[in-house]
Design a protein around this ligand. Structure first.
Ligand code: ADP
Length: 249
């Protein structure tokens, strides 16, 4: 089912709040990082281990603020036409690295797809979130299949669908309803933030697309990001010589 409007509004509100919070928090973290370096230089190697722990946790907080920023409307500064074949070639290894040996990763990109105008980094983050969720749904192993294809629509537009499908434990209808809520997670503390699917939704809708989820308990889940593109007129249509004479009768 497509993510509903009320839910989208809620996401937007959280996004605005999150962006402000993330910005302030980030400034604070930068001060902490700077002072930490100073402290280490003054105190010498005796504090190295402690500094390292603090630094690692500050990095985690930084990653969280980045995710919060991604929820907001303040993004997509770098939306530009992307060649999806190229993108997947460059990120495949990174996606593979998220998985374990017991997981199989299949990536199938239809050749010759038209470009879509999105932010490459956000697309990569969205795919990272979806593959991470697929992995977490398959603790015993299984398959993640990413399919990218062109889907013509009756209204003459074409959508580019990027689907991430897993063979994991799936979601109940109730869980599916809540999965896109910011901060909703069923994962252990420290493992889940509940910000993965909201990022996916925020990114896709800001790109003019929509997200849909199909899931069945014990069978698996498929999340599809659907990006609209306008069908390019063919050369034939543009050529004056190809103009058809008006038909009468
Ligand atoms: P997080 O991954 O940090 O929990 P998300 O917003 O990405 O946050 O996901 C929210 C919840 O939706 C997850 O905790 C999980 O319960 C459920 N979920 C998401 N993707 C899947 C999936 N592929 N299979 C089963 N459950 C999923």
């Amino acid at each position: 089912a497509e993510v509903k409007l009320a839910q989208a509004k809620k996401l937007e509100a959280v996004g605005q709040l999150g962006a402000g919070l993330a910005h302030d928090l980030n400034n604070i973290l930068q001060v902490v990082i700077a002072r930490l370096a100073l402290l280490q230089r003054r105190a010498g190697s005796a504090v190295d281990a402690d500094v390292e722990v603090i630094r690692r946790n500050v990095r985690k907080a930084e990653a969280l603020t980045r995710q919060l920023t991604l929820l907001s409307g303040r993004r997509h500064h770098n939306a530009r036409p992307l060649d999806l074949t190229e993108i997947f070639l460059s990120i495949a290894e990174g996606l593979r690295a998220l998985l374990a040996k017991r997981h199989e990763l299949l990536i199938d990109v239809e050749p010759g797809l038209p470009h879509i105008a999105v932010d490459a980094l956000e697309l990569e983050i969205a795919l990272t979130n979806l593959v991470t969720n697929a992995r977490d749904a398959m603790p015993e192993g299984g398959q993640v299949a990413i399919g990218v294809r062109q889907v013509p629509r009756p209204d003459g537009t074409v959508s580019i669908d990027i689907q991430v499908r897993d063979t994991g434990y799936g979601m109940t209808a109730e869980l599916r309803e809540r999965a896109f809520e910011p901060f909703f997670t069923t994962k252990e503390p420290g493992k889940g933030t509940g910000l993965g699917l909201p990022q996916v939704h925020g990114f896709v809708s800001a790109s003019g697309g929509s997200v849909s989820v199909e899931s069945e308990p014990d069978r698996g889940t498929a999340v599809t990001m659907s990006f609209p593109i306008h069908a390019e007129p063919t050369n034939h249509d543009l050529s004056p010589r190809a103009a058809h004479p008006l038909r009468t009768g």
